[in-house]
Design a protein around this ligand. Structure first.
Ligand SMILES: [Zn+2]
Length: 98
C-alpha cells in the first residue's frame, strides 16, 4: 500500500496510476495536470486541465516519466516539466509495497 492508511469503503472515483496501471481511489493518488501554465504537480487536485494520476511511490514516477505520463497528458514533457516532476519524485519514497 502507498503511504497512508486504508480508506473506509465508500464510493470514491477510481483512477489509474499511469506508472504501474493499478486502479486506485483518486484521493490516494497524486494528480499531475497539464494546465495553462504547463505541466505540474497538482497538490490541490483542483487545477484545470488534463490530469494524470500517480502513486506517491518513486517507482511509479520513474515509469511514468519514461513515456506513459506524456501519453496520458497528450503532451510532450518539456525540460521544465521534466525537471519539476523529477524534483517532486525525489521526495517520494522508493519503497515497493505490493
Ligand atoms: Zn503506481
Amino acid at each position: 500500500m502507498p503511504a497512508g492508511k486504508a480508506l473506509p469503503r465508500r464510493r470514491e472515483p477510481q483512477r489509474t496510476c499511469v506508472g504501474c496501471r493499478e486502479v486506485q481511489g483518486k484521493r490516494s493518488l497524486i494528480r499531475v495536470v497539464r494546465g495553462p501554465d504547463g505541466i505540474r504537480v497538482d497538490q490541490s487536485g483542483k487545477l484545470p486541465g488534463r490530469g494524470a494520476y500517480l502513486h506517491d511511490q518513486r517507482s511509479c514516477w520513474e515509469k511514468a516519466l519514461k513515456g506513459s505520463l506524456a501519453r496520458a497528458l497528450r503532451a510532450e514533457l518539456d525540460e521544465a516539466a521534466r525537471a519539476a516532476l523529477t524534483e517532486y519524485m525525489m521526495i517520494l519514497s522508493d519503497e515497493q509495497n505490493g
